[in-house]
Unconditional design. Sequence first.
Lengths: 492, 308
Amino acid sequence: MNFLTVKNGEVFYRNEIEFLNRNDFQDSVLNALTSGYRMIGLFPVDKKNPNKIVSILSDSVSSSLYIIGCEIPGNKLEFESFANQFPQTNYFECELAENFGYKPVNHPWLRPVRKQNIILGNQLYKFFNIDGDEVHQVAVGPIHAGVIEPGHFRFQCHGELVYHLEINLGYQHRGVESLMLSANPNQRIILSESIAGDTVVGHTYAHCSAIESMTDTQVNLRAQLIRSIAEELERIAMHLSGLGGIANDIGFALPAAAYGRLRTLVINSLAFLCGSRFGRGLFVYGGVRFDFNDENLKQIKGNLEIIKKDISAINDFFFSSTGALLRFENTGIVSKDFAVKIGLVGTAARSCGIELDTRIHFPYGAYRYFPVSPVTLSTGDVFARARLRALEIDESLSFISEQLENLPNGKIISDLNKLRINSGVISIVEGWRGEIVHTAFTDEEGKILQYKIKDPSFNNWYGLSLALRKTAISDFPLCNKSFDLSYAGHDL
Amino acid sequence: MEVVQILQGIISLILILGLSPLFVGLVNKQKAIYTGRAGASILQPYYELKKLMKKETINANSSSFISTIAPLINLIAVAAAAAMLPISFARPLISFEGDIILFAYMLGLARFFQVLAAMDIGSSFEGMGAAREATFAVFAEPIFFFTIGSIAFISGFTSIYDIYHSIRLDNISFVVFIIVCSISVFILAVTECSRMPVDDPNTHLELTMIHEVMILDNSGIDLFLYQYSSYIKLFIYVILEASFFYPFAVQSYTLGIIIFVVVIIILSAALAAVETVTSRFKMKNIPHYLLFATAIGILNLLIYTFTK
């Protein structure tokens, strides 16, 4: 095969990518997908020139990323869809069609990704619809009863039972990818902090390592560890908040309040470090802006001690409560088979028994030297997704405690060089929700030519649809919360 | 004598109508304390009702006159049911042989109009809520008739006032019945008033709601009427429960009132505790829970039949 093989965060030159003709491209991608690789990107190298696209595939066994290009001359932007055989590529193809006017031939289900009024094919998109006397549709959103992000959900129900759920998003589309190209370097970090408000550290980490790779900047180990600790703090905070949300959704007031209390301690720890409870302002190209000192170390360690002491008691109470278990077990199941087919990532994938953790399979930053242990569960129901998050909190807590004791010395900011010309990089980070992919290409002047972001929500929303099949509609909020996906991260 | 009785009845009714928001405030305050929060003032439900009265009332374009009249009918029917309840040893405003049936179906009427109004708006949400409310009502009705009804059977009276005041502590079978009945009345109260673990009054999740989803489109005075009637309804069931304990007062008015107050405070604590430490049932399991309460009522009747 003609793939360009790189590692996570390894910079390459654009001319190393081989651009094949349509047929060879289709064959190569199909081959790769058949051998179990997962698609993580399908987009043009240059926004203004949609004729040259690249497909990025990842293989967690060899920790390698494979890049293959395709050049389609003329105005007829067509290729044979892969989605019939490999549903995981479905959404990538829809996105390509929506943004650049591509036509995936024989695509099974071409639908809008972010622009609901776009015409794909020759007519406006119509929702999938079940006919019959006793079936009914329930349309929810985009404006909801609570203060949550906007998204439209269309249920096809028979009584209380959901047969099909369609999720339409895009109401939060801000054009982050385009803004990335026009923004100056300082603005870019702020932009990446705002991609998804709950994954500030994850996205900023991915962005910074992409830029640092392309500028050949070495980040000091101390700075890398501070980044990882911030990332794990974010993971703990969001997992606690997610568990609290799950408890709240089943009306379980006690654990909901307890998890909320602990989350405050974690985000306050992040504030001790960098002044922002969500980690804004911590990252800077070449390292981090804030360092640990005796004072904030003491505060953070104190907080972590409290959390460690309380979390096990709360988890025991929560996960041994019969009422909660009745709600969680066998609710919203995604089988491993389906999960692999649709390409789930992150916590949703790990709770179906797929071992996929960027920190382990595509190690980056401090995780190269200080590995974490993988956590997987196999049942794929709400219980697995909730329990997995509880287990990951324990894992992250022990990672942080260990690293806080052994912080190496060194400066925390390295100087940034100039961006390499005509090059590209793929930077993957395991955010708390899952795999965050930032791909960047530069042009001959060293400016950013293309910046592509893939939040884990992009893969996982479809998993939620599948989880709802043959599930009671009243369990939707619980399933939704157990996936805990981002609207903003998907909409960009 | 007649005038005094009517006066007592009126005072009882005013007490019920006036105190019902306070009870909700009491439950919410205790719930907050149990979960480690300060919580809103126990007068918060009054403030909320006051706020709703000032708000503009908007009806959906697709709704008919049903939506306009339903909230008022709902409140009046619930208030009429409240007028049949005794506080201490005062004879209620409406009390006659067989008023137990009227009582049950006044509440039924209130629900009927609420369900009708929900379907009238034409939103898929409200229709879903209406279907759930109607379904669970089917399971809740037998609870009332088998529990209160079994006591009626035993005492031989069919007026709520008489039923309660025929309870004698010296008859041991009564004591057994009361304990068993108070369990099933508690379950009934939880169901009818959309509290945990059947429904979550605090949730913002439209798809899981039962009662709340039916009033999603209501605003202003309509919402005020619905909210107020739901507060009264909860209080009605609390009084039903409290009335079981009047016999301890041994025909003394003051003692009766003290028992009334104490039982209400205990019940609010119990309700808050249940809502804090339980999670909601899966919707398909709710009928099992309700049938359990019905079974208790049937058990009462069986015990009566066999001990007679």
